[in-house]
Design a protein around this ligand. Structure first.
Ligand code: SAH
Length: 243
């Protein structure tokens, strides 16, 4: 049975502590006792640990040995905000697939009420990412950036390979764009920024904005995918090159 994995809120070089609902769950539901072993993530590192002390408010672990961490994919998803339930499902799937960060952006065709609500929703998105990271035993939690206007992200200087998923694009596939980016990069793995549009797609002036800022339009094939499907497909294709 694989050891359960917990993400600690507080740690030092010898112990790690869970607080809040996690501690309560461990103490009350799982009835953890001193000596119980678990994997504990502290500061992005994974440790083999054992429970040292338990109370419904706090569970403290002794850190026994650091374990091999599984690095996230060097991929940031630039996701246009769209209907929250689908977007939250995409955040959970992207976390399982190893995304490093998600940058929610307000696109021209993001529905106005979602654009207004996004700033208040981001804490919930961070909780979804953390719970999903824990469930899939990641050693890190994806960063969920504060929502920003699209042009702030598109025009920001970056040395990442920047690809925009464009449903109208026919000549360049995501796969070929990744392959050529990896061939041209000399030494270490580049970061990838992948932009996914809202349900209404990218507006023409947004496609021009991407183009003017050096983003490469790429296709995921002839069918029009939902944004959440495009996120899963893009991360899976990237993982097939990077893992
Ligand atoms: N309203 C648009 C579809 C938008 S789908 C239309 O009906 O044409 C939401 C986003 O998913 C798109 O903006 C794009 O970023 C991505 N996407 C969907 N299908 C894609 C494909 N075949 N190739 C590349 N990107 C795609």
């Amino acid at each position: 049975m694989t050891r359960r994995r917990w993400i600690a809120e507080h740690w030092d070089d010898a112990t790690a502590t869970l607080t809040g609902t996690q501690a309560e769950h461990l103490a009350r539901v799982l009835r953890a006792q001193p000596g119980v072993e678990a994997d504990v993530v502290a500061g992005g590192h994974v440790f083999h640990a054992e429970v040292a002390a338990v109370s419904p408010q706090e569970v403290r672990f002794n850190l026994i040995a650091e374990l091999e961490a599984d690095p996230a994919l060097p991929v940031t998803l630039v996701m246009a905000v769209y209907k929250f339930d689908s977007m939250e499902w995409a955040i959970e799937k992207a976390t399982e697939l190893g995304v490093f960060a998600i940058a929610p952006v307000i696109a021209r065709r993001t529905e106005k009420h979602l654009a207004y609500a996004a700033a208040k929703r981001v804490e919930r998105w961070r909780r979804i990412a953390k719970e999903s990271a824990q469930q899939c035993r990641r050693s890190d939690v994806p960063v969920i950036h504060d929502p920003q206007p699209l042009n702030a992200v598109v025009a920001a200087p970056s040395d990442a390979v920047r690809l925009v998923l464009a449903e109208q694009e026919r000549s360049t596939t995501l796969r070929n764009a990744i392959a050529s980016a990896l061939q041209s990069e000399q030494s270490e793995l580049p970061d990838f920024h992948i932009a996914i549009g809202p349900e209404g797609g990218w507006a023409p002036n947004e496609e021009a904005l991407f183009d003017d800022n050096g983003w490469r339009a790429v296709s995921l094939g002839p069918r029009i995918l939902r944004a959440e499907t495009a996120a899963i497909a893009a991360l899976s294709i990237l993982a097939s090159f990077l893992e």
